[in-house]
Design a binder for this molecule. Sequence first.
Ligand SMILES: NC(=O)c1ccc[n+]([C@@H]2O[C@H](COP(=O)([O-])OP(=O)(O)OC[C@H]3O[C@@H](n4cnc5c(N)ncnc54)[C@H](O)[C@@H]3O)[C@@H](O)[C@H]2O)c1
Length: 324
Amino acid sequence: MTKKVLVTGGAGFIGSNLCQHLLENEYHVVCLDNFATGKIENLLPLVEKYPTTFQLIVGDIRNFEDCQKAVEGVDYVMHEAALGSVPRSIKDPITTNDVNIGGFLNMLTAARDAKVKRFVYAASSSTYGDSKSLPKVEDVIGRPLSPYAITKYVDELYADVFARTYGMETIGLRYFNVFGRRQDPFGAYAAVIPLFVKKLMAHESPLINGDGEYSRDFTYIDNVVQMNMLAITTKNPEAVNQVYNTAFGERTTLNQLVGYLKEGLAEFDPKIGEIEILHGPNRVGDIPHSLACIDKAKNLLGYQPKYSMKDGLKEAVKWYWENI
Ligand SMILES: NC(=O)c1ccc[n+]([C@@H]2O[C@H](COP(=O)([O-])OP(=O)(O)OC[C@H]3O[C@@H](n4cnc5c(N)ncnc54)[C@H](O)[C@@H]3O)[C@@H](O)[C@H]2O)c1
């Protein structure tokens, strides 16, 4: 029987990719979004192509009634709606807390009441906080380094308590620096890859915070989509009520990243290969290195990431070149 999936934050970068994949695979999809950072353009092709299987609800996860309406008749929830960005949370911790914790609790409660089969949610590698151990394994975390990190950790605690108290099935996916098509290059809180691509395409110098030797486990969107699909479909009882690193499992320094971006974009515009890179001070709340151990996801969910960082970057660069 056809399954219905609610994607909250479906107008955003990750959410719109999840909606698209689900619809292409014959799921019915409901999207709940208030367009705080998401864009209608991310959804218009889906609205047109899937008039009977795609439903868009414009609403706010801080409003419990909107959450109740969105979960009606839904089998699975993929909860992506949140305010991302560490700097945004440092500037405005109250709104980040309201959306990322208050909104999360609303969605979890509405999903419990509607007896959804499983609640899969976007957690974050920021939960590792100041832990120095590398690679990151799921059960060794440090102290949070930002309000955003606190919110994502509290979400994990709520999901765990709801699983034990109400018998819900939850799975948290700790995303590590996701990138790919439709990640927004505009706005004050743009992520590093779209921001640098936009700068380079405009023949401007990207500014690296620090000496560029900080590293990240940059993760292509299609690997993240795969993890979400495994999370809603797994029949392994041990795989449920867990959190998983969602990453490729390799790290790349910021200096390397800019090198790859210049190389990739220079194929479209050779002048980009000559652009100089600027360096500024380190940013508050940034951890020096981030690298995931993905063994747990491989063992319990059967995760096999298809895109290395470099393969994903080729796809992303091509998409930005054609679309911005
Ligand atoms: N992109 C990453 O690298 C990354 C890393 C770790 C975790 N995450 C998490 O993944 C999720 C998706 O992130 P993204 O990169 O796609 O961000 P995004 O900003 O593109 O998407 C978030 C979506 O949530 C919506 N939203 C925000 N507040 C809302 C509210 N109050 N009610 C309803 N909708 C609301 C936005 O409009 C947007 O469409 C978030 O939970 C984020 O914290 C992302």
